[in-house]
Structure formats: structure tokens, C-alpha cells
Write a protein that binds this ligand. Structure first.
Ligand SMILES: Cc1cc2nc3c(=O)[nH]c(=O)nc-3n(C[C@H](O)[C@H](O)[C@H](O)COP(=O)(O)OP(=O)(O)OC[C@H]3O[C@@H](n4cnc5c(N)ncnc54)[C@H](O)[C@@H]3O)c2cc1C
Length: 494
């Protein structure tokens, strides 16, 4: 029997874990080198004073991507990972007192928008149907194929995609499209918000991104039992079961190649040989530090970075029955908020506040009984050296004032423990350049085509998976990038 070929994965983010599992199933001897002492990258958690906090992602969509990995590995998923469907995807609060329950059932959601905002329920359902079609026929090409390999792309069902796309998806901004579809400013704002799911600006991003609403409103939102960290834990265990070797506290110093072929990775001045190297780290840093190619790194920066975030993790000494797992308290100045994030690169004094409370799904487990774990996030600009400690103080005050106003509470008296994450710490912990959550933004119609491909055109055997490369950031897309890489490797090595 031939000796298995070696594969190295740099980074154990969700895409790194998924890649490792897929390559192990293909028969590679896989080693993941991870600079931190834990797996998961951004998808991690911590505990503080009896409260449990998911540190990064909080919204779980498209569980089918996780199920696909277990099916591929021929392992039953239940012993590793369980999740529940949320009846209400998100609860929205506006400064004028309006409250909207975004029901997972799209007929109920359309009815809610009709009752609360006078929106035409049929229009809402038609919008969601269109999002579904865009997702099936257009997004699926992006999600399953490399856009940078002509041969592969030829196999994609492109004719159907072209037939589905309308001028408004390409030539209108997301805001412009939503303004054309809906009558009430609150509905427009609600659907504009989906641009933030990949760190973009709805006033610049193309109408095509209206397809993101499909995920929550046609498929649904889900809660993984044990919180988001269960995704990392499940993939980590599955990877180990499939023989993947994990090396923690091991920072890769460079990627070694010769005559256009990969040789391996250098750690502590020692070459670890491999037939394949997959970089799961930010592609900018990969070129800048591991490939010593500042010209290529600079080229990546021609694409605008996605937004970052400022997060307060608060242990709250009270239970709020009026809140759901996901809650949004909208800014009254949405356009100005995005101008601050993407133009003046600062925070708006009235930010949109997202509050995630996993204790809603697991009371007494995620937080002590009678208390709640609040993950309070506002969008923040990518880091360009702003004074984050002063912005943090201002943001905390603005958030507390806003939540006190809308919920008629005195939040400052209820916070019994606090931790904070800002763009600088996001960069430090996960090596994400400028603290961007999703690599590059989708603030232009051609952004999807300009993301870095999943392979190197110059170094055979070098691949890229994760939020900073095709098809983009967020857990579902990261998992798709792993699938695209594995398919390419399979073609190259079979
Ligand atoms: C606050 C926050 C909220 C978010 N909310 C959501 C959400 O609700 N839903 C959603 O789907 N997505 C969300 N995202 C985005 C999502 O977390 C990311 O897109 C995804 O987790 C990125 O995974 P990745 O595979 O690209 O790797 P990353 O998580 O970026 O991990 C990369 C790994 O590489 C390691 N590494 C870097 N350099 C080296 C080196 N030289 N040697 C060895 N290891 C190295 C890092 O330590 C890290 O572990 C959020 C992100 C953040 C930060």
C-alpha cells in the first residue's frame, strides 16, 4: 500500500477544521498547526464568573454544511452535535417603540410586517421567494465552484443563473433595491441589515446581497446545543477521530516552496514537509509574513476590508422575558452609521446594537439561574489605529443609554461582570488583518470576483480556505471554501 501523502493546514479556524476532515477522508495524513492553544479561531468561547460566552460568531445558519461533513466522514452526527430550530430568528426594536418578531416561518413573518408596518404581505413573500431563487441559481455557483478555474466554472449551471439575475441585483445598491420593494423605512432598514452579515455597507453593496435573507427566512436560524462553541468542539472531535494531528502553540513562520511547487511549512527553523499546504489564516498575512510577498499582500488591500466589531460580554443579574436569543436595537441614523463605519472610520453616537443571549435557549446553563449572558455587539470600522479605549468608553455609554431608553431599564446596575473585544484584539487573537470579521467587504458589484481564489496560481500544492478568500466570510461560506479546496485537491491528486 502506498504511503499516505502529507497535508499541512495552517490554522484551526472553522474552515481549517473542515479542510482537515475532508483531506483526512481523502486519505491524506493531515497535521494542523495552530498558533493559539485552542482550536476554532474566531469560533471560540470563554467563561467568566459563572457565565458562558460565545466569543465570536453567534448566528448559526445552514446546519446542512456541518451535517455534510459528518456524512462524508461516515460518522453519526448526534453524539457530537445537536441543534434546535428557532421559531423567531430575531427580534427587532426601533426607537419609536415598534417591535418586530422575525418569525422563521416566512408567512408569519410577512404577516407581522403587514400588521406592524402596513407592508404588503404578498410583496414580502415574493421578495423572499426571489432571495431563494437567487440563492439556488446564483449563490450556489459561487459557493460550490472556484470562480478562478475556467474548466471548473464551465461545469456550473451558468445559464440558469443568468436568467435569474435582474438589473436591480447588479445595478442597484441593496438599499436601493429594498427601497424599491418596500414602503416602510423600518422594513427597508431590516432588510438592509443583511449586508452586515458579511461586513458590508447596504448603501454601497449590490442588490444581489438581498439573497442573504434567504438563509434566515426560508431555511431558518438555529441554536447549537451548548452554544456556538459546540460547532468547533464537534469538528475538532471529528477531525481527531479521522486521524488529524493537532499541534497547538505552533506558529508557522513561512510556507516553503521551490520551482513553483510546495515543499512544506517552516516552524522553529524546521521544515515540515508536505505535498499540500492549506492556509486557513488571513490571506493578507499569508502573503505578507509566510510567503514574504508584500507586493501580492498589497494587491489584496485594493479590496476594501470588511467591518469589524466592538463587543461587550456582560453578565446580567436579571432575566428579560421580552428578549429573544437574537435582538437588534436599530439606530435612528442608519445611513450615517454606515458612513461612519466605512468613510470616517469611526463609531456613530447612535449605533445599532445587537444583543445575543444564549441563556434564552439554555437557562441555568449558559448563565446562573435568574441571570443572563449578554453578548452586546456593535459594528465597528476596521482598525486603522483609532483610539479604541476612548471609542470603547463612548460606545459603552451610548449602548447603555439606548438600551435603557428602549427597554425602560437601568442596565448599569445589572452588569455584574464584563469583558470586551475590539478590532485590535480580534486581529491579535486570530491574525485577522485590521480586525476585519470577514476579510474583504462586498461593497461593490464585482467584489465576489475579486476575492482571492482558493488556490495559488504560482505555487502548485498551495491552497487557501477561510473567511478572507473565496467565497467569503461567515461560517457557511468558510465551510464552502473548505469544500472547494478539497474538491480541487482531489482532482489534482486522484
Ligand atoms: C465577533 C465576531 C462575530 C461574528 N459573527 C458571526 C456570525 O454570527 N455568524 C457567522 O457565520 N460568522 C460570524 N463571524 C465570522 C466568522 O467567525 C468567521 O468568518 C469564521 O469563523 C472565520 O473562520 P476561518 O476558518 O476563516 O478562520 P479564523 O477563525 O480566522 O481562524 C484562523 C486561525 O488561524 C490561526 N493562525 C493565524 N496565523 C497562524 C500561523 N502563522 N500559524 C498557525 N496558526 C495561525 C489563528 O490563530 C486562527 O485560529 C463573526 C466573527 C467575529 C470575530
Amino acid at each position: 500500500m502506498a504511503k499516505p501523502q502529507k497535508a499541512i493546514v495552517i490554522g484551526s479556524g472553522v474552515a481549517g477544521l473542515a479542510c482537515a476532515i475532508r483531506l483526512a477522508v481523502q486519505g491524506f495524513e493531515v497535521t494542523i498547526y495552530e498558533k493559539n492553544n485552542y482550536p476554532g479561531g474566531k469560533l471560540t468561547h470563554f467563561e467568566q464568573d459563572g457565565y458562558s460566552f460565545d466569543a465570536g460568531p453567534s448566528l448559526f445558519t445552514e446546519p446542512a454544511n456541518i451535517e455534510a461533513l459528518f456524512a462524508l466522514a461516515n460518522e453519526p452526527i448526534e453524539p457530537y452535535f445537536q441543534y434546535q430550530t428557532l421559531p423567531i430568528s430575531c427580534k427587532y426594536f426601533y426607537e419609536d417603540g415598534t417591535e418586530i418578531n422575525a418569525y422563521a416561518n416566512n408567512a408569519l413573518f410577512a404577516q407581522e410586517l403587514a400588521t406592524q408596518l402596513g407592508e404588503n404581505a404578498t410583496t414580502v413573500q415574493r421578495y423572499l421567494q426571489e432571495a431563494n431563487e437567487l440563492y439556488q441559481h446564483v449563490a450556489n455557483i459561487f459557493l460550490h465552484y472556484s470562480l478562478h478555474e475556467f474548466q471548473t466554472l464551465l461545469q456550473a449551471p451558468i445559464a440558469k443563473a443568468i436568467a435569474t439575475v435582474k438589473p436591480k441585483h447588479l445595478f442597484k445598491t441593496m438599499h436601493g433595491l429594498n427601497e424599491q420593494c418596500f414602503t416602510h423605512p423600518h422594513t427597508i432598514q431590516l432588510f438592509n441589515r443583511y449586508a452586515t452579515y458579511n461586513g458590508s455597507n447596504p448603501y454601497q453593496a449590490p442588490g444581489m446581497l438581498s439573497l442573504i435573507a434567504h438563509l434566515e427566512h426560508n431555511i431558518g436560524s438555529f441554536y447549537p446545543k451548548g452554544g456556538m462553541i459546540s460547532i468547533t468542539n464537534a469538528l475538532f472531535r471529528l477531525a481527531k477521530k479521522k486521524g488529524v494531528c493537532f499541534k497547538f502553540n505552533q506558529k508557522v513562520d513561512s510556507i516553503v516552496h521551490h520551482n513553483g511547487h510546495i515543499q512544506g511549512a517552516l516552524l522553529n527553523n524546521e521544515l515540515q514537509e508536505a505535498a499540500i499546504v492549506v492556509s486557513n489564516m488571513d490571506v493578507y498575512y499569508t502573503y505578507q509574513h509566510l510567503l514574504d510577498n508584500p507586493i501580492k499582500a498589497k494587491k489584496i488591500l485594493r479590496q476594501e476590508r470588511s467591518s469589524s466589531a466592538l463587543i461587550f460580554y456582560w453578565g446580567i443579574n436579571k432575566v428579560f422575558p421580552q428578549l429573544e436569543l437574537h435582538n437588534i436595537f436599530f439606530s435612528n441614523h442608519y445611513k450615517a452609521e454606515f458612513d461612519c463605519l466605512f468613510k470616517s472610520k469611526t463609531l456613530h453616537p447612535d449605533p445599532t446594537v445587537y444583543v445575543n443571549i444564549t441563556a434564552k435557549c439554555e437557562p441555568g446553563i449558559q448563565a446562573p439561574t435568574g441571570k443572563e449572558n449578554w453578548f452586546v455587539m456593535i459594528n465597528a470600522p476596521a482598525n486603522i489605529g483609532q483610539d479604541w479605549s476612548s471609542l470603547q468608553q463612548q460606545a459603552k455609554q451610548a449602548i447603555i443609554t439606548k438600551l435603557n431608553r428602549i427597554l425602560s431599564i437601568k442596565l448599569e446596575d445589572l452588569i455584574e461582570t464584563e469583558s470586551v473585544l475590539d478590532p485590535v484584539t480580534i486581529d491579535q487573537k486570530t491574525a485577522s488583518y485590521m480586525g476585519s470579521l470577514y476579510g474583504t467587504s462586498s461593497n461593490s458589484a464585482n467584489a465576489a470576483f475579486l476575492r482571492h481564489p482558493n488556490f495559488s496560481k504560482n505555487i502548485k500544492g498551495l491552497y487557501f480556505a477561510g473567511g478572507s478568500v473565496h467565497p467569503g466570510g461567515g461560517i457557511p461560506l468558510c465551510l464552502k471554501s473548505a469544500e472547494i479546496v478539497a474538491n480541487m485537491v482531489h482532482k489534482q491528486f486522484s
